[in-house]
Design a protein around this ligand. Structure first.
Ligand code: PEP
Ligand code: MN
Length: 362
């Protein structure tokens, strides 16, 4: 290892460990000029840790701009030499990995359209064997946690030491608020499974527009994410891909300055004591809730028994609508959203039905 590579590697280890880790850059590398001007402006914010740019673009439809290809890699190298920012690109095939590594790309990421395909993920992993490049893996386009987790397992098996996850939301049909619905419960579950692994939020691909970026970024910080990947372009309106969601480095800087950064924990005694007391209350209430739900199921069992003896169906829609209507009203008084009350009662109802089903068929 040359001294220069050694310094670079050491640097990268520090950068990889930095929280929050801010990755930014254009959706696609378009020209040397665009890469360099964007990189310079991002570096001058003093807030960006890694420069991203798509070289090979997985586009939904043919005929769209599919990336500049290998020709763009020297532009990124130049941007790194000038700004000192490590560079990251998306890889989807073994050839992409080989090309990226020939140009000493510092960090690779696997895109959402690749994570869905275990053959592709495995091909990338095979090409990564014996290298020591950090790899980020985006969630698959569909909300399948096992595919995301399976991709991570493949990377671990290939010997990749530094692995991170990127939450970029999940495809959905129809005109919704988001380009890709965040479905926060999925990254939260991934954080539970891999508590020490870097988890980055990509608000650009979640929002698909510029206006939602700040609130999605803040939400991810509030949930304890370790960083952000945000698309930035010196001339967003004329970007060759994802124009609607890209922001200038200046707008990025203003946004980052307005975010409220949080610590995962604190050593302050007073805070810890207050938190411990409140958590004790929560534990107590959770115990009571579970015991009450258990009691509710026992009553449902009795009803099931009567229904069985009198040959009555389990599901009685009118009764259920009545319960729900009352619950919405009460829930509102207690500050519970209609959405939560619906999901809570659906779960309770389903458990009740399962209990009664068992009794009927015993
Ligand atoms: C991208 O980062 O530009 C990209 C193609 O994202 P995703 O894989 O999330 O669609
Ligand atoms: Mn993009």
């Amino acid at each position: 290892m040359t001294q220069q590579t050694e310094t670079m590697t050491k640097n990268l280890t520090d950068i990889w460990a930095k929280r929050p880790l801010i990755i930014s850059g254009p959706c696609s590398a378009e020209s040397e000029e665009q890469v360099l001007t964007t990189a310079r402006a991002l570096a001058s914010t003093g807030k960006v840790d890694v420069l991203r740019a798509g070289i090979w673009k997985p586009r939904t439809k043919p005929g769209m701009f599919e990336g500049i290809g290998v020709k763009g890699l020297p532009w990124l190298v130049k941007a790194k030499q000038e700004t000192g920012l490590p560079i990251a690109v998306e890889v989807a095939t073994a050839r992409h990995v080989e090309n990226a590594l020939q140009f000493d790309v510092d960090i690779l990421w696997i895109g959402a359209r690749t994570t869905v395909n275990p053959f592709s993920v495995q091909e990338v992993c095979d090409a990564l064997k014996g290298t020591n490049v950090p790899v980020l893996i985006k969630n698959p386009v569909n909300p399948d946690l096992e595919l995301w987790s399976g991709g991570i397992e493949r990377l671990i098996k290939a010997g990749v030491k530094e692995i991170g996850m990127i939450h970029r939301g999940f495809s959905n049909f129809g005109n919704t608020e988001f380009r890709n619905a965040p479905m926060w419960q999925l990254p939260i579950e991934m954080k539970r499974r891999y508590p020490d692994m870097l988890l980055v939020c990509d608000p650009s691909h979640i929002c698909g527009n510029r206006t939602g970026l700040a609130s999605i970024s803040q939400k991810s910080i509030d949930l304890g994410f370790g960083g952000l990947m945000i698309e930035s372009h010196v001339d967003p309106d004329n970007a060759w891909s994802d124009a609607k969601q890209q922001i200038t480095p200046q707008v990025l800087l203003e946004m980052l300055d307005h975010l409220v950064w949080r610590e995962e924990s604190s050593d302050e005694k007073e805070f810890l004591n207050a938190l411990a007391k409140l958590r004790e209350q929560i534990n107590q209430i959770d115990d009571e809730l579970l015991s009450l739900i258990g009691q509710r199921m026992k009553v449902a069992d009795k009803i099931g028994q009567y229904k069985k003896e009198n040959k009555i169906t389990i599901l009685q829609t009118n009764r259920w609508n009545e319960i729900l209507a009352k619950a919405f009203e009460k829930g509102e008084k207690f500050g519970l959203s209609k959405d939560f009350v619906t999901r809570y009662f659906d779960a309770i109802h389903m458990e009740s039905i399962n209990h009664q089903n068992k009794i009927m068929n015993d």
